[in-house]
Design a protein around this ligand. Structure first.
Ligand code: GTP
Ligand code: NA
Ligand code: MG
Length: 406
């Protein structure tokens, strides 16, 4: 085995805090761009990563929509964030989502720096914020504690330099390093299907140096890196640890939080993905069989014909119709299929509630659940199955129906 060559790597920072406390404005100021104005309704809708330089040192920022993304990544075992900047508006003070964010950061054992924002406002009460935070166990350094707190204005830029210095200081204290020559690996922060480019994944490299042409194994997909872009959209040939990259060339769209590693050959990658997907499918099938069987017995007792219920969501009306008519053809004498609801668009909380109430599974074709829907489905144990080909939907439902008859 090669000896490890550990070198410093840039810190990866997540800014968290209550709605409208200034996360995006802070990142805008730091990046000297203007993302807030471009965002629909001023609400952050995606996870973006950006890289800024301060005193010649890089800092990577993840602009998360609240702490949900942070936690869903952690739930998948991907610990991406090195430092949390907890932003609290000095006029508003500690709010419910401030506490939630704090708890998430604590649970992840991530160092926290507090940015007390909107200090330019006449109504700002920074000492009140410090007291509120102290009550939650974050004691400011100036009061003898060990939490770094910086009073800033994301709007005017006051003390933002100082905040960046503190980030670099904490990074140094935590000795963030990586092996630049290790087998490249990292994590997906967001991914999408681009009409022209195909699957596009925004990733962060955690170890090694990712190069164009590398064969990468994700959990649900794989691919050979056809092209890579850095955070400014420039084509690059390699990406070093902590840095984000947009990568093209994957077979399918991976989920946020999926990890990847470079492998030597395509066949091994394809087989590993097939095995993973097969295992997942088996688990899902078992779950369907279980809940459906219970229901089946109930229905038989009542002298009813058992029915597999489903909610169908798709990106376009046309495929919805096609899936529905193919599914109906699968209904057999012994087992019926009932579509309790169908619609175009993302899977929402209301779909999950309906599925819960009607004991249905949710089938998404080229659509995904939104954050709330996903959370609720997990809580309620509602199955959401996502597909990209009609063939797979039909195949899966057919197998489930056959499973019920077996
Ligand atoms: P979400 O993404 O919706 O959770 O909000 P956010 O935390 O990203 O807040 P955002 O940056 O969108 O700021 C909310 C509002 O506060 C905007 O109108 C900003 O202009 C304003 N704001 C942010 N920072 C400051 C500041 O330092 N001073 C003042 N006066 N206003 C600020
Ligand atoms: Na906002
Ligand atoms: Mg925002």
């Amino acid at each position: 085995e090669k000896p490890k060559k550990l070198l410093p790597r840039p810190p990866i920072v997540t800014v968290m805090g209550h709605v409208d406390h200034g996360k995006t404005t802070l990142l805008d100021y730091i990046r000297k761009t203007n993302v807030t104005a471009r965002e629909f309704g001023g609400i952050t809708q995606h996870i973006g990563a950006s890289v800024v330089e301060h005193n010649g040192k890089k800092i990577v920022f993840l602009d998360t929509p609240g702490h949900e993304a942070f936690t869903s990544m952690r739930a998948r075992g991907a610990q991406v964030t090195d430092i949390v900047v907890l932003i609290v508006a000095a006029d508003d003070g500690v709010m419910p989502q401030t506490i939630e964010a704090l708890n998430h950061a604590k649970a992840a054992n991530t160092p926290i720096i507090v940015a007390i924002n909107k200090i330019d406002k006449p109504s700002a009460k920074p000492d009140r914020v410090k007291q509120q935070l102290a009550d939650l166990g974050l004691i400011p350094e100036e009061w003898g504690g060990d939490t770094i707190m910086v009073e800033i204005s994301a709007k005017t830029g006051l003390n933002v330099d100082q905040l960046l210095e503190m980030i670099l200081l904490v990074a140094e204290m935590n000795e963030l390093v990586a092996d630049y020559e290790a087998t490249p690996q990292g994590v997906v922060i967001e991914a999408e299907l681009d009409k022209g480019k195909g699957p596009v994944a925004n990733v962060i490299v955690q170890q090694g140096t990712l190069r164009r042409g590398d064969i990468l194994l994700f959990e649900t997909t794989w691919g050979r890196v056809r092209a890579m872009m850095d955070h400014l959209g420039r084509n690059v040939d390699e990406v070093t640890p902590s840095l984000p990259a947009k990568i093209l060339g994957l077979e399918d769209v991976p989920q946020a939080g999926e990890r990847f590693i470079k492998v030597d050959d395509e066949r091994a990658a394809r087989e590993a993905v097939e095995q993973y997907m097969e295992k997942k499918r088996q688990q899902e099938m078992q779950a369907v069989k279980r809940t459906s069987l219970e229901e089946l017995f109930e229905q038989m007792e009542k002298g009813e014909k058992p029915v597999v219920r489903m909610i169908l969501k798709s990106d376009v009306q046309g495929t919805l119709e096609a899936i529905k008519s193919s599914l109906m053809r699968l209904a057999v004498e012994e087992v019926g299929i009932e579509v309790v609801h169908e619609g175009v668009g993302r899977i929402t909380e209301s779909d999950v509630m309906l599925a819960d109430a009607s004991n249905a599974i949710i089938i998404g074709f080229n659509v995904r659940p939104d954050g709330n829907a996903k959370k609720l489905a997990e809580q309620k144990g509602i199955q959401i199955r996502l597909y990209r080909t009609i063939y797979d939907v039909i195949d899966d439902v057919k197998a489930a129906v056959e499973g019920m008859l077996a």
